[in-house]
Design a protein around this ligand. Sequence first.
Ligand code: FES
Length: 152
Amino acid sequence: MPDRSDLSDLYQEIIMDHRRSPRNQGLPAGHDHYADGFNPFCGDKVSVGLKVEDGVIVDVGFEGEGCAISIASASLMTESVMGRPVGEAVKIFDAFRGLLTDTGNGAGSDDLGDLEALAGVKAYPTRIKCAILSWHTLKAAIDRKAEPVSTE
Ligand code: FES
């Protein structure tokens, strides 16, 4: 069992790995769900596209520019919802939001795997917006929101 500092190093490594080599960057060919997201605090934008078949996310990708946390979070988001039923992806979103804000309705206790690497941002409210940006955009894509979604 790693001690707290080992865990912190591991989490840093996961974030930097996803920042350096983002997974699923670019919108999937033939995506049928799409949304734009916007963080008014810094002006950064992200777009998320999904391909859904029989209620399952068979492909997901993102585009955009942002800070290390926002790109790492978008990359981790795509990995965690790829191949999942849409309802499960929404539950992961709720659990992740709970992890960052401690306001999840108990969902934050779920095992979030590598997403837990981002738990440290909860001490920094402005960084929470960076980490949650792609997730709000994912939810907007699932809901097929035409207007860009904001982290505010
Ligand atoms: Fe813009 Fe993080 S500073 S998303």
